[in-house]
Design a protein around this ligand. Structure first.
Ligand code: 5GP
Ligand code: MN
Length: 339
């Protein structure tokens, strides 16, 4: 956003508007944290706001202020369509392409509303009038913090906004571990804690609310479902629908499992393949220069960031794994590179 655009957006937001906030399919901590952080900020400016998600999200994110008002497009299709059609302004948070919001994307593209992207994923599509976009930002929550500051509204920061933004920063940085965590990230985090973010408590709500079955599912993945290919510095998990059912799978239960594969010395490329609703959902993670955004775009209809991306496959689980393993020789040079 340049200075002129900042002035325009300030002026747009200076009078009450109908605003819709949408975020990506299968929302994570950053998607919900940024959406509800922005929601809690904009209600203070007297706008009418509806947050719409394409589908449901893990229960460990339900505690954020405003959560009970979120419309799940799959369950509240009529009221969600209505809000999108009536909106003056639509904020698109934590995604770079309308494909990422499934059928909700058709509604957003049909709506005459002014669109605004706040996002940190690579290669954003050009569908918005305004963009606050940086791939350097550790999270969309970091950019929502910047946005509030750009609007000259830091004085409006309160505990509810701070709790939401802290959550997305914490989850997208792997609790301040990934290289995306910068000095700026820590400065913003400190300001959020000053504003009342309950940092220790948030950690408990997100990470220490697993069911016993979820931990056992993790144990099963680590013990029986991990395949390590040291010759490609690659390790991956794959899990079938039946196996997930055996552990009473709930949304979010396999989040983070892929990172365990990167915890093996020497491994720099990790993947997690899960069979769900007839398709294979894939998560990719890497360390160093191996670009999983490119890998996923080229082979698994997905994308994301250079070190964390997602994708999908319509082949069977077995065929998907065969395809993945068969691709590795082509990438061997990059996988073994020293960088
Ligand atoms: P996860 O593996 O946790 O689902 O996703 C990792 C990162 O990649 C997240 O930032 C997520 O938003 C992004 N991502 C996941 N799936 C897709 C996809 O299919 N397309 C794109 N462009 N990004 C994705
Ligand atoms: Mn994010």
């Amino acid at each position: 956003m340049n200075a002129k655009q900042i002035r325009e957006v300030k002026s747009l937001l200076s009078k009450p508007k109908n605003i819709v906030i949408v975020t990506h399919w299968s929302p994570d901590g950053d998607a919900i944290g940024s959406s509800l952080g922005l929601y809690n900020y904009l209600i203070k400016k007297d706008h009418k706001i509806t947050v719409v998600t394409p589908n449901d999200y893990p229960a460990f994110l339900y505690w954020m202020k405003g959560n009970s008002k979120v419309l799940d497009f799959q369950k509240k299709i009529k009221s969600a369509k209505n809000a999108v059609a009536k909106a003056d302004l639509i904020f698109c948070l934590d995604f770079n392409s309308l494909k990422r919001i499934d059928k909700l994307g058709d509604e957003v593209s049909k709506s005459p509303a002014i669109k605004f992207i706040i996002d940190h994923h690579l290669q954003p599509d050009d569908f918005a009038k305004y963009m606050l976009h940086s791939t350097e930002a550790c999270s969309t929550c970091e950019l929502v913090f910047d946005f509030i500051q750009l609007m000259g509204d830091k004085k409006l920061m309160d505990k509810d906004i701070a709790n939401c933004l802290y959550t997305g920063i914490m989850t997208d940085t792997g609790s301040f571990r990934y290289p995306s965590t910068t000095a700026k990230t820590h400065r913003i985090t400190a300001e959020l804690i000053d504003a009342g973010a309950e940092n220790g408590e948030i950690h408990n709500r997100i990470y220490d609310t697993s069911t016993e079955k979820r931990l056992k599912l993790l144990g099963f993945c680590l013990d029986e479902k991990l395949i390590v290919l040291p010759e490609y510095r690659t390790a991956f998990f794959n899990i079938s629908d039946a196996e997930l059912k055996r552990y009473n799978y709930q949304k979010g239960d396999t989040e983070g499992v892929v990172n365990f594969a990167l915890g093996i010395e020497g491994i720099r490329f990790a993947a997690f393949f899960a069979e769900r609703d007839g398709i294979i959902k894939v998560s990719f993670r890497s360390k160093g220069s191996f670009d999983v955004n490119k890998f996923s775009r080229a082979n698994f209809s997905g994308g994301g960031h250079a070190n964390a991306a997602g994708g999908m496959s319509e082949l069977s689980l077995k065929k998907t794994i065969e395809k993945f393993v068969a691709l590795l020789p082509e990438y061997k040079k990059q996988l073994l590179s020293k960088k």
